[in-house]
Design a protein around this ligand. Sequence first.
Ligand code: GDP
Length: 320
Amino acid sequence: MVEKRINYSLKNKRIWIVGHNGMVGSAILRKLKRLNCQIQICQRKDVDLRSQPDVLNWMKKKKPEVIFLAAAKVGGIFANMNYPQDFLYDNIMISFNIINSAKLVDVEKLIYLGSSCIYPRKAKQPFCESSLLTGELESTNQWYSLAKISGIKLCQAFRIQHNCNFISIMPTNLFGPMDNFDEKNGHVPAALLNRFHKAKIKEVPSVEVWGSGNPLREFMYVDDLADACVFLAKNYDSIEPINVGSGLEISIKNFAFLIKQIVGYKGKVIFDKSKPDGPKRKLLDSTKIKKLGWSPKYNLKKGLKLYYKWYLDNITLLRK
Ligand code: GDP
């Protein structure tokens, strides 16, 4: 099926980027700054997104017309397994408060950010949007997945019952500026970049990579996702979620060697098989967005070089 394009203008709109300090939100902020619109942001100290009154009061005051919902408690495989309550509760509360308040203050368009981990563990790869809820979830990130699936379903429910123009976007594994570089709780790109860099500086003879190195992952530079989010805000209006992938699939082993090369680390790489692999593969089928006329611009090497440059420029601020 060829997706129908709509033509929604963001020009002069009041646009709230929720989660503007995070990797995805800050990329959307960079992108929107180049467009003609009124950007709204809020600080954590002023609005607790888990609090319904905080969110509703803020929205009644600011009256956003468009919302990019990029705020979430996120983390890698270790964080997902160790903080199930945070991942389930915080993420459901954030999504539900904002989506519900968006209806109450008549938001014209809401763009909800999900994740590729919403798809069932054994669904056919690459994952099509239609495989949502057709099987059991991956156990290592089930709490986060469940919260994100609930957000998608709430957008769909508001669309059915109240005709709200709320859309859901499923991005693949991301990396970019403002990533969480914590070696334990971050995702694989940030954890490895940080580990290889520190090992180079301290002349450590070997670096540890978790798991067998065999799992396959698709990676995307976050500026490509921000570009896709703005594209879809303008051109997509459907109850079905839409995948945003890069098609750049690589094994964790080859990915680790690519980061090693970009960082310029000369030591050995050791795979720690006592650490979990997570899903064997997580590739998105991005046919739908391609048919609408969007494609990513960054290849893996180009994205990783920019990523490392940002890390080096900001390393003193990160203090990790
Ligand atoms: P996932 O894509 O949801 O599984 O999230 P991650 O980014 O946490 O992990 C991706 C893959 O990278 C998994 O197979 C991990 O075992 C592997 N991996 C290798 N080294 C690391 C590391 O230092 N941190 C993380 N988070 N994952 C790692």
